[in-house]
Write a protein of this length. Structure first.
Length: 279
């Protein structure tokens, strides 16, 4: 199954298919906004409580460490998702916060029937997809069986080792101002991991907020990864959420999946590691 679906394709698909539609929007008022209006039939998933296992000490794993597989199994079961379910997930940030994270997590447990809505909720509404304020009731299903996270990740120690290698790529998908160290609106320190390359996630999108074509994305990232061994490719962001937007773009381009540094800048910057800035 291709990783993304357009609003028009979704409009057509829901007419004849049983799809679990999920709103993964992440903001301080996300759930209240969902209660007021969401795509008809969509269930809500909370990145902070269901797609992460946040610790009291953010230095351990960053702001959005992955939940355990048992915790994620409960989330999927509560949403009425089985291994055979077709899942479509959206948010209001063109897939960046946190639809792509949910997509990555599902794919990482071996769930292939999942797509991100390209363009997000705004594009769906513009295409005529109906909205609702109704309380959506998930289908009751048996517990979702999960063995482990299967897609590659890297931890803090692994990052220490990675940036000492002669041939590696660490993509920092945050906005350029954060990468350069000019501003830091969320974490405690501004800057970037030494050796990291800044490719903001928004550059995966066209001027209308839809993902670039597979051909465009492939040409873009093949240049970045040229002559870099697959095991030496890493993508990170602030806390392991928007990085998944670029991992989704790489899946659209049918390129090998790099390692996700889940802790990302929120972990790195709290652990007395070297920090670079650009003057």
């Amino acid at each position: 199954m291709i990783p993304i679906i357009t609003p028009n394709q979704l409009l057509e698909a829901v007419q004849t298919n049983a799809i679990v539609l999920v709103d993964a929007t992440n903001s301080p008022t996300a759930y209240q906004n969902y209660q007021q209006s969401h795509l008809q039939g969509a269930l809500f998933v909370d990145v902070n409580t269901q797609l992460a296992d946040i610790k009291e000490n953010v230095a351990i794993g960053g702001r959005h460490p992955l939940p355990t597989v048992d915790q994620f199994s409960k989330t999927l079961t509560d949403l009425g998702v089985t291994p055979e379910t077709w899942v479509v997930v959206y948010d209001d940030k063109n897939g960046a916060n946190a639809a792509a994270r949910f997509w990555w997590m599902l794919r990482s447990i071996g769930h292939d029937k999942v797509q991100v809505l390209s363009g997000g909720i705004q594009a769906a509404i513009q295409a005529g997809f109906p909205t609702s304020s109704a309380v959506e009731v998930p289908t009751q299903v048996e517990s979702y069986p999960i063995q482990s996270w299967q897609w590659p990740t890297i931890d803090l120690q692994g990052m220490d080792d990675m940036i000492q290698k002669d041939n590696f790529v660490v993509i920092d998908v945050r906005e350029s101002q954060r990468y350069r160290g000019e501003t830091e609106p969320i974490d405690l320190v501004a800057g970037h991991i030494p050796g990291a390359t800044n490719i903001p996630f928004m550059t995966n999108l066209d001027e209308n907020g839809f993902f670039l074509s597979p051909e465009e994305l492939k040409a873009k990232y093949q240049k970045v990864f040229e002559n870099i061994p697959e095991e030496n490719r890493v993508v990170h962001c602030g806390s392991g959420v928007t990085a998944c937007h670029t991992l989704l773009a790489l899946a659209i381009a049918d390129l090998p999946m790099p390692k996700l540094y889940v802790g990302s800048w929120s972990e790195w910057s709290r652990n007395n590691r070297e920090i670079d800035v650009e003057n």
